[in-house]
Design a protein around this ligand. Sequence first.
Ligand code: BT5
Length: 323
Amino acid sequence: MGDEILQLLREDPSTFLSGEEISRRLKISRTAVWKKIQRLRTLGYEIEASTRSGYRLIRSPDLLTSSEIKPILGTKWMGSIIHHFHVLDSTNSKAYQLAIDGAGEGEVVISESQEMGKGRLGRQWFSPLLLNLYLSVILRPSISPHQASLITLMAAVAVADAIQEFSGLLPSIKWPNDILLRDRKVAGLLNEIQSETDRIHFVILGIGVNLNIDEKTFSKEIQATATSLKIEMGQTISRKVFLQSLLQQLEKWYSLFLEEGNAVILKAWKDRAQIKGRRVNVTSFGETLVGTAIDVDSDGALILETEDGKRIRVVAGDVQYKR
Ligand code: BT5
């Protein structure tokens, strides 16, 4: 996709690089160089061409390609390989397939849009082109499947921290996987695992964050419940820089989880979620329960005290806050 040309053009952005030099160094014909330059231009790269001097990179678009992200990433292993696409059905589905084919821990799938972005329970994630972030990370933790929901909590903390670091705003977490700003959903998480009885093969950590989408671009159904960093901050934001912050936070929190275990994750999650004592409606497996959220269990289940005083563990479902 012209990544190697970009690398060459970036070596010294102030000077022109001749077509001949590029062709020699990449061992491709001058025509092939020209075609690749044209292709880069259609992707939004502004490249100045001079018949005498060659090519010079003026400006890069805010694309989340490997060549844009890797130079600024600053992680040890998270995002070691970035698989970038313009359109996918779902980054989770693609990452799942790559993991089955042997992709390693920390490999990341990013798409600029999704045609069938997945939410939980067969719901959809609204994923228009180039505005937001849709990514899936492949993890291979040596933990048992019943600990897998801790990975969701870990990721929720990492996303919330990235949002706070980037924007200075204070996001909250809604059980189990929503990240909210001003009580509106700015990000959602969907984890999928492949495992046997006592061992996880891999986890696909799917994360969608609304970054540059405007209110009017949201689909009707979610206009009143969703928000984006642009809406909250009142300015267009650099998706690249946000992604950098997110992958750094994920690396940090995942390493903490592996080194120190559940407790540190649960504490950070609870600090963000402030769920204790909140009156909630919980929909779980078709049933609606009303009660008070007491806590979150060591495996991430919500502990609910129902109106008749019974304590119930809810392992999956949706929460609505009551006033
Ligand atoms: C989620 O599901 O919140 C999980 C979303 C995960 C999306 C990422 S994107 C990258 C990766 N690849 C995928 O295919 N998926 C993951 P859930 O809790 O079920 O919430 C879904 C509900 O949120 C929908 O039914 C809508 O009401 C609402 N919704 C849909 N799109 C939204 C958006 N862009 N922003 C805010 N709310 C949205």
